[in-house]
Design a protein around this ligand. Structure first.
Ligand SMILES: Nc1ncnc2c1ncn2[C@@H]1O[C@H](COP(=O)(O)OP(=O)(O)OP(=O)(O)O)[C@@H](O)[C@H]1O
Length: 646
């Protein structure tokens, strides 16, 4: 039964995926136009046997070279008096069939060669790829001509020739991908589990390259139709009396100046066919490329779009806050779905204060933090409500120029993975100097001195030497120190640290935490510290905001929350922290999963996982209730002191 449910939900998901892919394709107007034209052409070509058309091969010398719109011949006749409309439709049918067949053959053989070469590597790879290189060394049309010359003229032989000259495109593309994939951990795991090479190749590697095969097919099919038409035009493809678009064009060439319509008509059809296939192919590529899933062909713009339906009324910041975020709402719109990643978040950071933002993966911590300086990607993200006040200034109303100035100067970010933040091709010194000079008029040597001082400040030994190092020459902890030094380069008022210690081992983690703690006390810097670990929170944060499904569910001073959590979710998160010296302690794993943010349940989003939930919790949205000054919880059945202690 469970299996049936799983199966049916799986098939529902794949139908849903297909629908959303089609919707994405339709969002792209050029691709949709290509699809409509192509479908129309294919339907007409398929219907050729049942359409009331004249026989395409029957000659009628009396009615030769009739112009278009002649009686009984809508598009006129050719020099043997054959009906051009009939020949065009039958010829399109042949050209489509040959182009499609050649594409399938080339895709099958080329992909197989690429897969085997990339997966096997070594000598097999060398032999197969040198063979492919030899095919590529000939100009493709000469090679196609040579193959037809050997096999003899004819449509089938033209098809083989076109397929052969296109094999290298598939082989090289797929080989590159298979080479990378065959070194990935999931393939190693499959090998270790005892799977045969054939199963790994077709069960693990092939599904990952399939989108690329489809993309390559969709973008080369038009090209193959053109090549087939080229061979037929030269008299090496379709043989008389059979028509395809290329041979019709070749026959029209003789009367090009006296009766241009004979060649213009097949020429136009080739243009329409190839154009529609290419437009559709580009659209298919965009849909299958996960980076373009938002349906937009543009890369994210430099700042998150702000589309607030209601402008915030009161813009007076909280008295102690350097950064005051209120009712922040950020959404991602992907293929008709709206993901409410942040649904009304309030965060406040004072000077020299550290606010911890805690929550499970996907609770909206990073998107909240990224939205503040407009770093959440648009498309597909947009800020649809709320306000972020930096020292009283509304960041969401500020100009792009102003935001660019404030980034790194007043608010800096430290991310989880320093390797992806630091440029691999520049030395640490160059990158620090660049960060300093971006916001000050220092000369190169002054900036270098400051960079050295910054490295010293973050306790990197021998800073003058370290400035010359590339990121890969430093340890993980040192790289993260460099990122912190960069965040400090312009004495920012606020540092947003997004899980800066998650990738580090515990000793380095402790060093980085004490470094941040000391720096914020010395420099009066406010820190917004994102983590999923209450252990880390207890080490550095003055206050905590606990997030769940895009909302803050509890907030207050760290000690109070740790000693007496009020929200059942907070209590569960605290239970997940191991305590040294308490080996008997049982971890209270949180059953169930966090909700998907495009289908949030009514009422409290945590209710399905909460042991205290009642019907009332599931009815309407739960508001924040103030428990004491600076302490609030979004729960109508908060934990009692006894429950919290338990
Ligand atoms: N670029 C994006 N496009 C679409 N959805 C996104 C994007 N970035 C984040 N999301 C969605 O927004 C929600 C919140 O993500 P966010 O990264 O803020 O979570 P998080 O709490 O920081 O998790 P983690 O601890 O894993 O970083 C998630 O459902 C995520 O899938």
């Amino acid at each position: 039964m469970a299996e049936t449910t799983a199966l049916s939900s799986g098939s529902k998901r794949s139908v849903g995926n297909r629908q959303s892919n089609l919707r994405l394709l339709m969002n792209n107007r050029l691709a949709a136009g290509g699809l409509v034209i192509l479908v129309a052409v294919v339907l007409i070509a398929l219907a050729a046997p049942i359409l009331p058309l004249a026989d395409p091969d029957v000659t009628d010398p009396v009615n030769r070279l009739l112009p278009a719109f002649s009686e009984g011949h809508l598009l006129g006749t050719d020099e043997l008096g054959r009906d051009l409309l009939s020949r065009l439709i039958w010829g399109t049918r042949v050209s489509l069939a040959v182009g499609l067949s050649a594409t399938v053959i080339a895709a099958f053989l080329g992909s197989l060669i690429g897969l085997v070469a990339g997966y096997a590597g070594g000598r097999t790879d060398a032999i197969l790829m040198r063979g492919i290189d030899m095919v590529m060394a000939f100009p493709y049309i000469l090679l196609a001509l040579a193959i037809v010359a050997v096999l003899g003229p004819g449509l089938l032989n033209a098809l083989y020739a076109i397929a052969v000259v296109n094999i290298p495109f598939f082989a090289r593309n797929i080989r590159g991908m298979a080479l990378g994939l065959s070194r990935r951990e999931f393939v190693d795991a499959a090998r270790l589990s005892g799977m045969s090479h054939v199963r790994i190749l077709f069960g693990e590697v092939l599904p990952n390259v399939l989108p690329v095969i489809i993309i390559t097919m969709s973008t080369t099919i038009g090209w193959m139709i053109l090549e087939t038409a080229g061979l037929s035009f030269l008299g090496l493809g379709a043989q008389p009396p059979q028509a395809d678009l290329g041979s019709m064009l070749g026959q029209g060439r003789k009367v090009l100046f006296t009766n241009p319509h004979v060649s213009i008509i097949p020429g136009l059809m080739i243009f329409v066919l190839v154009m529609s296939i290419n437009l559709l192919g580009d659209g298919v590529r965009d849909v299958l490329d996960p980076r373009l899933k938002s349906g937009s062909l543009t890369r994210p713009v430099a700042r998150t779009a702000v589309e607030r339906a209601v402008m915030p009324g009161d813009l007076t910041p909280h008295r102690d806050a350097i950064l005051d975020v209120r009712d922040l709402r950020t959404e991602f719109r992907i293929g008709g779905e709206i993901y409410k990643a942040v649904g009304g978040v309030d965060l406040r950071v004072g000077k020299g204060e550290c606010l911890g933002v805690v929550g499970e993966s996907g609770s909206g911590k990073s998107v909240s933090a990224m939205s503040i300086m407009g770093l959440a990607p648009t498309p597909p993200g947009r800020i649809v409500g709320g306000v972020a006040l930096l020292d009283g200034e509304d960041l969401f109303s500020a100009s792009d120029e102003r935001i660019r100035m404030l980034r790194g100067l007043s608010v800096s970010h430290v991310f989880q993975d320093p390797l992806s933040t630091l440029h691999p091709l520049f030395t640490v010194g160059n990158q620090l100097v660049e960060a300093i000079q971006a916001h000050s008029r220092m000369t190169g040597s002054e900036a270098r001195k400051k960079a050295e001082a910054l490295l010293r400040m973050v306790r990197i030994p021998n800073p003058a030497e370290r400035l010359k190092a590339y990121p890969h020459e430093l340890s993980g902890g040192m790289r993260q120190r460099v990122c912190i030094a960069m965040a400090l380069a312009n004495d920012a008022d606020v540092i947003i640290a997004d899980e800066p210690t998650t990738a580090l081992d515990v000793t380095v983690q402790a060093q980085i935490l004490s470094l941040l703690d000391r720096l914020r006390k010395d420099n009066d810097t406010g820190i917004l510290f994102i983590t999923h670990d209450f252990g880390v929170v207890s080490a550095i944060c003055d206050r905590v905001a606990v997030m769940y499904a895009g909302k803050v569910v509890e907030t207050g001073a760290t000690e109070e929350i740790l000693s007496q959590p009020a929200h059942p979710y907070t209590a569960k998160l605290i239970q997940c922290v191991p305590v040294l010296g308490e080996p008997e302690r049982r971890f209270g794993a949180i059953s169930g999963r966090p909700p998907v943010v495009n289908r949030l349940p009514d009422g409290c989003a945590f209710a399905p996982r909460c042991q205290k939930a009642t019907d009332e919790c599931r009815k309407t949205e739960i508001a924040m209730t103030e428990l004491s000054d600076g302490r609030a919880v979004r729960c109508i059945h908060p934990l009692s002191a006894r429950e919290a202690a338990a």
